[in-house]
Design a binder for this molecule. Structure first.
Ligand code: GLA
Length: 726
């Protein structure tokens, strides 16, 4: 990396009373936003500004909006404050005094990384802050490296990925909270004095409750299409902590990083501790603007195969649960092909020799085919897939075992456990988590995928599940004085395995699943193409969950399946059309037994799948505009995707509840080209299309006035294609 003393040749006037010299300002800009830092040799670096793009630091200083806050607060003489970094040196001193040593910039592959290297004024203890900007998107990535060359190990107690002060105004927080079957509900609240913490301590399924992402709306009550909004997401699959500290100094101090609870890290001399990436962005186009920025970044830089289209799949779980067999799988593949689907995924229930997997109580770890159920082995299944012209995918849960398994009988020491304590079990009362800090376990988990892929290179897709919390914290592999590394080393071990799989099988498509939406984060998404949004497939509740998920994760990655009615999780009956119209707003799939569908249902499904294939590029690669929030309780929800050239859009509208004489909205569009004329065509029509179907309107009119039509009664829905006339 090139070291430079004059930073980016930025000309800024030195203000009277301001000791900061122009050449020490670092202005990092995307097309629409700027981050201003100051790094003066021998001083602590400062965070000055993050917001709308500015072309000169002068405006920031002259206007008085400069924050002058430390860029990475440390536990030192200012010890009363919340801090980003804290370490106890080998001699017992608990304080830090970090000062800038140098700044460097590295430009490659359309991105620029700026590094601010700091050293403690007394100890050989080093912290480097990294900031990466891309030419083609609006997201800035930041992370930190910590190291030292002290004589003995140093203990890290705080190691945030990032610190960001935000000027307080009528600031509102949007965050995403949930539970199994109801993940990622949107919660919004004005930030009040005191601290708000979003955190996780599951160890494995880090998004089952809260997602490591948030937005701050700076201009009052959050809006979808207007207002200044900052969004941030932590790219980490383990325990995390996002703390928003609001004090009386008109600043919200945001700390984001690994959750350090029970995770103090003992750092050897010369060992480098690298924090996860914190990705952040700014938009003046409301929350949807932040989502579009993040989605674009994800598709281009953070999601496996992010710019490729996804297949329409049938997953066997809700169709047959554990009752997997050759004939049944063959029949499902034949039906899928008949409906126009492209990929069949055999879920749980296919494995186990000594202990056949018939329920959640046995066999995890024994990744050999159950010959009783599948006498022709996986070969029989891939042959069926070939015969029916569909791809084949398979379910695994390789980080886990059951006490009733050959793996556990052979390697009881491989599970996470505490000496002298009875083990707390997970699913089925027998499940345990393998200790991924152990390289032997890493080798085993890699081997699960490697063996499947070597023996059956036709496998096109893997659904990688994990259905348990990390209970029984303790490792037989880590030494006594490194037990506190387990939460972190588990994730690092997992990442090593995923990286190897990714390098060896670059075309393999993988889904991240963790009891539904328990692993929806940018820590794992570089290795997965998509995630299972929730085990709850009820279309009505999915409207809420998918709305929440869509804030930070793009539709191309959001597994969304049509299931049976009544729904298996909620017991609700909703029309097949609503089930399709909701699933088609994400990565469409099926999660049912097609043999149980009526001929009319099959005919509707056939047409809807064909339609989805037509609109798939717009949904999966387009820009999202959320229009009417289900959380606003108007009984309606609406959103649309617009192709990047604004030539095509797809609009989805849902009726959540129905009362006589309830007001219904005029459906205003967004994101279109105001100067173009568009033809509106209703898709997935059932009954009568809307009166405007087939008519043309000017883009400006659709956005300023919109269309008025009835969606229908409860659980009705409509999908419109809006196509520019050349
Ligand atoms: C988890 C997943 C489901 C399914 C089952 C199989 O609950 O979320 O989709 O794969 O496991 O046991």
């Amino acid at each position: 990396m090139k070291k430079i003393s004059v930073l980016g040749c930025i000309a800024a006037t030195v203000l009277s009373g301001n000791m900061l010299r122009a050449e020490n300002h670092i202005l990092l800009s995307t097309k629409n936003s700027s981050l201003l830092l100051t790094a003066e040799k021998g001083q602590a670096p400062l965070f000055q500004y993050f917001g709308a793009r500015v072309d000169s630091p002068d405006d920031i200083f002259n206007s008085g909006v400069a924050l002058r806050d430390p860029a990475y607060p440390q536990f030192g003489s200012q010890c009363y404050r919340e801090v980003a970094v804290q370490a106890t040196h080998a001699d017992g001193n608990m304080s830090l005094e970090l000062a800038v040593e140098s700044v460097s910039r590295d430009r490659r592959d359309g991105a620029e990384t700026t590094a601010i290297a700091m050293k403690d004024k007394h100890y050989p203890f080093f912290v480097t802050l990294f900031y990466k900007t891309y030419d083609d998107c609006e997201v800035i990535e930041t992370w930190t490296e910590i190291s030292h060359t002290e004589k003995k190990p140093v203990t890290l107690y705080r190691f945030a990925s990032a610190y960001m002060p935000v000027r307080r105004s009528d600031t509102w927080l949007s965050h995403f909270h949930g539970m199994w079957g109801a993940e990622c509900y949107l919660h919004e609240e004005p930030l009040t004095d005191g601290m708000k913490v979003i955190k996780n301590k599951d160890g494995v399924r880090n998004t089952q409750r809260d997602n490591p992402s948030f937005m701050l709306s700076l201009d009052g009550c959050p809006q979808e299409l207007s207002g200044r909004v900052i969004g941030g997401a932590l790219a980490w699959a383990g325990n995390y902590r996002i703390a928003l500290d609001n004090d009386n100094t008109h600043t919200t101090r945001v700390f984001a990083g690994i959750n350090e609870e029970q995770s103090q890290y003992i750092l050897k001399p010369k060992e480098v501790f690298t924090t996860p990436v914190f990705a952040f962005t700014f938009s003046e186009e409301g929350k949807s603007g932040v989502s579009r920025n993040i989605h674009r970044w994800a598709r281009l830089h953070r999601l496996n195969h992010g710019t490729e289209l996804r297949d329409v799949l049938l997953n066997s779980w809700e169709g047959v649960y554990f009752k997997v067999n050759q004939e049944g799988m063959d029949q499902m593949m034949a039906d899928l092909a008949d409906l126009g689907g492209e990929l069949f995924v055999m879920d749980d229930g296919w494995f186990g020799d000594k202990y056949p997997r018939n329920n959640g109580e046995t066999s995890l770890g024994d990744w050999v085919v159950c010959r009783e159920k599948l006498p022709q082995g996986i070969e029989g299944l891939t042959a069926s897939a070939k015969k029916h012209g569909v791809k084949f995918g398979i379910w695994i849960e390789p980080e886990m075992t059951n006490i009733r398994s050959e793996l556990y009988e052979k390697h009881p020491d491989w599970v996470i456990q505490q000496p002298y304590r009875e083990k707390r079990m997970g699913r089925g009362g027998t499940q345990l988590v393998l200790d991924l800090s152990n390289p032997d376990v890493q080798e085993f988990v890699f081997g699960v995928v490697n063996r499947l892929m070597t023996e059956h290179p036709d496998i096109a897709y893997i659904k990688w599940d994990d259905n348990m919390t990390l209970y029984n914290y303790g490792s037989t592999y880590l030494p006594a004085n490194r037990q506190s590394h387990l939460y972190i080393d588990y994730q690092r071990g997992m990442e090593k395995v995923l990286r190897r799989i990714h390098e060896k099988y670059p075309d393999l498509v993988m889904q991240s699943c963790a009891s539904g939406g328990g692993r929806v984060n940018y820590g794992v998404l570089p290795y997965y193409d998509e995630f299972w949004t929730s085990d709850n497939t009820d279309a009505l509740q999915r409207i809420y969950m998918q709305w929440g998920v869509s804030n930070f994760y793009p539709a191309v990655a959001m597994g969304s399946h049509v299931s049976a009615s009544p729904n298996h999780q909620t017991g609700r009956h909703v029309p097949l059309k609503l089930r399709f119209d909701v699933a088609m707003s994400g990565r469409l799939g099926l999660e049912l037994q097609p043999a149980k569908m009526t001929d009319e249902e099959k005919e509707f499904a056939r047409k809807a799948i064909a339609t989805y294939k037509e609109i798939r590029p717009v949904v999966q690669q387009g820009d999202l505009y959320r229009l009417i929030s289900p959380f606003d309780k108007t009984g309606h929800a609406a959103l649309m995707y617009v192709s990047p050239d604004k030539g095509r859009a797809v609009w989805f509208g849902y009726k959540l509840e129905h009362f006589r004489n309830m007001p219904f909205p005029t459906f205003r569009m967004a994101g279109l080209n105001p100067d173009k004329r568009y033809t509106v065509t209703e898709l997935n029509v059932e009954g009568k299309p809307i009166p405007q179907s087939g008519m043309t309107f000017c883009g400006a009119f659709l956005m300023e006035n919109g269309l008025e039509f009835s969606l229908g009664n409860e659980y009705a829905s409509r999908v419109l294609e809006i196509k520019a006339i050349d």
